[in-house]
Design a protein around this ligand. Structure first.
Ligand SMILES: Nc1ncnc2c1ncn2[C@@H]1O[C@H](COP(=O)(O)OP(=O)(O)OP(=O)(O)O)[C@@H](O)[C@H]1O
Ligand SMILES: [Mg+2]
Length: 334
């Protein structure tokens, strides 16, 4: 299938990440459901890729699978391949995974306090992370950490090194988390709704910061509900709906020539006024429960263009040119 890649592509110079046919299931008291269903995508070196879609569609589950951070139980990666810089992530031992996490792949979460320990001062947390991955002295680590607090624009950085997270504002905590995520010069930054908790002005600053501070050849997977942010930050976009990727392509193709009815709906749900927040919420109908995903296309019940086939068959990806793909039967035989 054209969304997957052969071995040569996995190991090509430009390729950083290849995810193939990833399926993640959760087993809860109510039964088992599939949160990520046959997910395939790639990220090249230096590329910023946006992952968008309504709440609950499986964006975070997809992202957490890459550094193998799916809580298990209840979750489990049931099938699929994840290749990072030519190496097979799924066959790595815990020690190799520890090394990859934080150093080669780092994550920026929505909630800074989930990444910062409440019990330790900022300086200690940052230096411990540095010492874990780099062969430097404690003093060097301290200085390096302090420089990073300066770089991310934290006022009074040398004093803040002695602060506990709760003594700082949400914006400051976010900056510290970004410093911690970027100071080890990761090859891949996964940012999952990194600014949702912040006010609009701070949000814009934080995005500028991530863009400016990550290495030029580093890649980013950015998860957001905000199509405006994706337009600003990403060159390529993956659109997810109810556990599946339904469309992928360059940001220009996705914005000006969307093919999947879900993507078309998402874009028409964007308010016209520029500068306003662009939450995705106004497509009629509701996302089905993951326990109750339909047999065919998951968007079928909400789709204004649904045909008989959509009810029973899961559409595969159709190529629309220039690496643009959409999983919709409307594109068949065209
Ligand atoms: N630890 C967990 N235990 C049980 N179910 C989970 C767990 N984590 C995620 N899920 C379920 O998996 C599905 C996908 O969740 P996920 O968090 O990936 O959605 P999302 O697209 O990131 O949504 P949001 O935009 O709200 O962050 C949801 O139905 C969610 O309830
Ligand atoms: Mg999420």
């Amino acid at each position: 299938m054209h969304m997957t890649d052969d071995k040569t592509e996995i190991q090509s110079e430009d390729r950083l990440l290849t995810v193939r046919d990833l399926t993640v299931n959760f087993t809860t008291d109510d039964g088992t459901f599939t949160a990520a269903d046959g997910i395939s995508f790639h990220i090249d070196k230096g590329e910023n890729v946006g992952l968008v879609g309504e709440s609950g569609c499986g964006k975070t589950v997809t992202a957490l699978s890459i550094p193998r951070l799916i809580p298990s139980p209840p979750g489990n990666i049931d099938s699929g391949e994840i290749w990072f810089d030519g190496r097979n992530i799924m066959s790595m031992n815990p020690e190799q995974m520890m090394d990859i996490r934080g150093r080669a792949i780092s994550m920026i979460f929505q909630e800074p306090l989930s990444a910062l320990s409440p019990l330790h001062r900022i300086g200690r947390q940052m230096t411990e992370t540095l010492l874990l991955h780099q062969d430097i002295s404690k003093k060097e680590a301290w200085q390096f950490a302090e420089q990073w607090l300066h770089k991310v624009g934290l006022p009074d950085a040398s004093d803040r090194m002695f602060a506990y997270p709760f003594q700082l504002s949400g914006g400051m905590q976010q900056r510290i988390m970004i410093a911690m995520a970027l100071m080890l010069a990761p090859q891949l930054v996964i940012a999952d709704e990194p600014t949702t908790a912040l006010d609009v002005t701070t949000q814009a600053q934080v995005f500028e910061l991530i863009k400016a501070m990550k290495k030029k050849d580093a890649s980013m997977l950015l998860i957001t509900h905000d199509m405006g942010v994706v337009w600003e930050m990403c060159e390529r976009i993956l659109v997810m709906y109810a556990s599946r990727i339904v469309e992928s392509g360059s940001r220009e193709d996705i914005f000006s020539n969307p093919k999947h009815p879900y993507t078309i709906g998402l874009l028409s749900a964007i308010p016209k006024l520029s500068g306003e927040r662009t939450e995705l919420k106004d497509i009629p109908g509701q996302v089905p429960s993951p326990f109750d995903y339909p047999k065919g296309c998951h968007f079928e019940k909400r789709c204004p263009f649904s045909i008989e086939r959509c009810k029973t068959e899961n559409p595969s990806f159709y190529a629309c040119g220039n690496g643009h793909h959409a999983a919709c039967f409307l594109l068949a035989d065209k």
